[in-house]
Design a binder for this molecule. Structure first.
Ligand code: AMP
Ligand code: ZN
Length: 492
């Protein structure tokens, strides 16, 4: 008999930004999936918004594995060529950080990569198959630029190379992903830099001639310079996944121009579209605005688990944050509020408790409800474009049933208990990437900490600062930090 996974693997549908529809997913090579996701530019520590995108693709990766696919997941690290516009000046973000922090560019990248890798552990992300860097693939980028030039879709001016959008448009559809019409882009184009070198305002740089401020420079057939922003992803996705692969993902803000230009580079060099499916994860907002460095409304993933952000008056376990994020579909925006986090904390505790109850439950000869249908609903939710919120609703349907069994109002057979327990654990741990012991601080410490904090409170009320400092320092030495909020004191 076919297992449920074998039956369900055929039912996966993914929303493809390229076509604007949900399409049935069949990988190019049976049983294998190739997935590329645009990774971080490590000129600073990734913020919680960046993490949301990586957590969403971790969910995709995990579910593909759960279904039984062998997945090659490539997520790059941008350590060169990320030019940003600040105050009208074009500057390489890593070079700028290097100057400010008085470090070498790759020291900057290493410093923030150590933190990024640590965050992935804290938030329970599975490591991708490979995390290649732009600086490690300069040669591959140059070779692709050469191919694009040979095909007549790029031109050199004064040591820089630009993609020729007008010529490309004669053979391919520039704008097919974003739905943008080139003619309508003109007014939006604020990139005045190098406009005089370009034949057409929408042309974009594949290679930039070095300027005197550059902190990293490479040799190329066109002289010393830097790769453009988009070419690294084309080079690395082609190298590790081939000219056409299954899934390309990234944050929604990368759809244009970054992903549109990746498609143009692939078609312009190999004649083939890079990916069958384009997936875009939506933004994490704070009070309705995209969390971003430039708006200053960001906080760091580490700060929230340490209770060190002013936005919230207590610390939250990474598991609770992950659960909170999973309660919203990856294509929806998500607003971060303290109330929502508190609700997630309670929800995660209920789910954990219920799985423990199910583990200990007394069996009956027969189940009084359709257990298989509940388990199928887990797969059906995820098969519908990775709909984690619907999956969680299904898990809570199971929680209700488990409570009724406990109260003697429903019953479950041994075989069904095994199935439900296995799949609830599978979806909670392996697919959603949650842990059953991480949503609370160590429960056994709760009564002890209540007592210690009560004594500290009394000492403070009596202005006995020596005792309250003794308690605080003692807790600190034990690795416990205490935070006093408006209404309560929390610890981590
Ligand atoms: P960057 O390091 O700026 O290149 O961004 C890395 C990734 O984080 C990209 O895929 C962005 O789309 C994504 N990203 C940036 N800000 C947010 C946000 N507020 N919410 C979700 N994803 C974001
Ligand atoms: Zn990219």
């Amino acid at each position: 008999m076919k297992s449920m996974k074998d039956q369900k693997i055929k039912g996966l549908k993914i929303y493809n930004t390229l076509t604007g529809t949900k399409e049935g997913f069949t990988p190019i090579h049976e049983d294998y999936v190739g997935m590329y996701v645009c990774g971080p530019t490590l000129y600073s520590e990734p913020h919680m918004g960046n993490m949301r995108t990586f957590i969403n693709f971790d969910l995709v990766y995990r579910y593909l594995i759960y279904l039984g696919y062998k997945v090659k997941y490539v997520r790059n690290i941008t350590d060169a060529g990320h030019i940003t516009n600040s105050a009208g000046e074009q500057e390489d973000s890593i070079g700028k950080a290097a100057r400010l922090e008085q470090l070498q560019p790759l020291e900057i990248v290493y410093k923030y990569n150590v933190r990024f890798q640590n965050l992935q552990k804290i938030y329970n992300l599975l490591p991708p198959t490979i995390e290649p860097t732009a600086t490690g693939h300069i040669q591959e980028q140059i070779e692709i630029i050469e191919k694009i030039m040979e095909n007549g879709f790029a031109y050199e001016v004064n040591g820089s190379v630009y993609f020729d959008v007008q010529t490309y448009k004669k053979s391919f559809n520039y704008g097919e992903l974003s739905g943008r019409k080139v003619e309508e882009l003109e007014n939006e184009t604020r990139d005045l830099n190098a406009q005089s070198e370009k034949r057409f305002f929408a042309d974009f740089a594949l290679w930039k001639k070095a300027n005197q401020n550059d902190m990293q420079i490479w040799r190329s057939p066109w002289g010393d310079g830097n790769p453009g922003w988009h070419i690294e992803c084309t080079a690395m996705s082609t190298k590790y996944l081939g000219e056409t692969f299954d899934i390309h993902g990234g944050g929604l803000d990368l759809k244009f121009p970054h992903h549109e230009d990746e498609i143009a580079q692939s078609c312009g060099s190999s004649g083939k579209a890079p990916a069958k499916f384009w997936m875009h994860a939506n933004m994490l907002n704070v009070n309705g605005k995209k969390m971003s460095k430039s708006l200053g409304n960001f906080f760091l993933p580490q700060e929230i688990v340490e209770g060190a952000t002013d936005l919230f008056d207590k610390a939250y376990a990474p598991n609770v944050l992950r659960f909170f994020m999973m309660q919203s579909h990856y294509r929806s925006t998500l607003d971060l509020t303290q109330d929502a986090l508190n609700a997630s904390e309670k929800g995660m505790a209920r789910l954990t408790e219920s799985i423990e109850t199910l583990d200990q439950i007394t069996f009956a000869d027969k189940s009084s409800f359709d257990v298989k249908a509940i388990v199928e609903s887990f797969y059906d939710a995820m098969n519908d474009d990775f709909n984690a919120p619907i999956l969680i609703a299904g898990l809570f349907d199971a929680v209700k049933k488990i409570n009724l069994i406990k109260d003697g109002k429903e019953s479950i057979s041994q075989k069904d208990q095994k199935l439900l327990l296995e799949e609830m654990k599978g979806f909670v741990l392996d697919v959603l990437g949650l842990t059953l012991d991480g949503n609370q601080k160590d429960n056994r410490l709760n009564p002890v900490m209540d007592l210690v904090l009560e004594l500290r409170q009394q000492a403070r009320a009596n202005k006995d600062w020596a005792t309250s400092d003794l308690i605080r320092d003692g807790l600190k030495n034990a690795g416990i930090s205490v935070k006093d909020g408006k209404d309560n004191t929390s610890w981590q």
